[in-house]
Ligand binder design. Sequence first.
Ligand code: SF4
Ligand code: FE
Length: 489
Amino acid sequence: MTLMTGKEYIESLRKLNPKVYIFGELIENPVDHPILRPSVNSIAMTYDLAHDPEYEDLLTTTSHLTGKKINRFCHIHQSPEDLVKKIKMQRLLGQKTASCFQRCVGMDALNSIYSTTYEIDKEYGTNYHERLKNYLLEAQEKDWTIDGAMTDPKGDRGLAPHLQEDPDMFVHINEVREDGIIVSGAKAHQTGSLNSHEHLIMPTMSLSEEDKDYAVSFAVPTDAEGVFMIYGRQSCDTRKLEEGADIDLGNNTFGGQEALVIFDRVFIPNERVFMCKEYKYANMMVERFAGYHRQSYACKTGVGDVLIGAAALAADYNGVPKASHIKDKIIEMQHLNETIWGCSLACSAEGHKTESGNYLVDLLLANVCKQNVTRFPYEIARLAEDIAGGLMVTMPSEKDLRGEVTGPWVRKYLKGKVGMDVENRMRVLRLIENITLGTAAVGYRTESMHGAGSPQAQRIMIARQGNLEAKKEMARKIAHVDVTKDKVQ
Ligand code: SF4
Ligand code: FE
């Protein structure tokens, strides 16, 4: 089963038995739950497009371990070209789903753990890299969706993990046994966790020796004993529970989803442990994962394409597509979207080989890419709302459109350009609402700010990677500065 279809992926989820809570209740069948199903559909697209001749070059590749054809989401990048294809695939999926398709975090985790375990083994003579390769073989063979999990709840941000009042604020090792480890804690904001086959855990930040119990990386099945998840609710999510809901959803098929994932004394067998107290390497794993996932935010340009298209359509329905200020706003949206893309492309093309042989993005450019993402989608969304007009948030519901009394009035007063359909106009406005304020806004707006690390995290990396000393030296040379004349530096 090296390449599943979307249908097979959905069937494979039915065989799992995860503990999922929504609105305080344990859910029997998460796959068909109306609130979760759109997020399942988005991931299913990552499987279906792998079978589409038009897209298989982006969605599939060859395993460097087996030579078999695999889904790119299970791939270890072998060249800068692989890194470029990865983001082209992500932009495409953003365009096809207009939401977060969730599967990227696992791919980014596999690649960062792959190279880090190689370097841990080199220093300590451990065999984590071999374990990861065996895990990867299984992931590629079974075509898993993996939730790459990094962010801990963190408790008091001013305290190191070992100083927290509650040690569970960071995932940690409770016990080391001969055959494995016991872990406790939680990972917050976990994208796609409810519909992944597996979870792949990494530490959340650099750690000191006192925090070595928190230096842990491992893989665990989503339905393992002691693992459970609490759905993170989204703006407007209960619209999905309304009978026959369609127009009011804005996007009635696709969505993303996050959850709080809790580990309550979970046993992890040794073969699934990829870091156990090697605290010196926590930073490397974090920086590499963050780099890959900041590159991954090319996904936002795909959703941005849909939003720009929707704004242009709204202008058509409003009858003002030729107004110069509208045209200019749409140009601005495109400029911002392509600027994000340019950085993601640049950090991919400038990728380099790690000691383990896989390719890592240029970290400075990946961080600049994500820093732009913390800003530009907000401006793109603002311009889309500007073009759409206030009707986007004051419009009557689909039920009013269909209502015996209200329907004719809605059709009369929601008319825009002569000859254009009112229902279509409503659909376009609801799509803009969905991406900017509704369920997809989690993925397009606030995730742009905090996903893959909040803005300050990128600024720290830009400071680290920016090589300011070299730039000062360039300036000294041009200005003929004689440093021997400076009494202090
Ligand atoms: Fe993939 Fe983007 Fe969702 Fe991250 S936010 S999982 S990169 S679609
Ligand atoms: Fe994300």
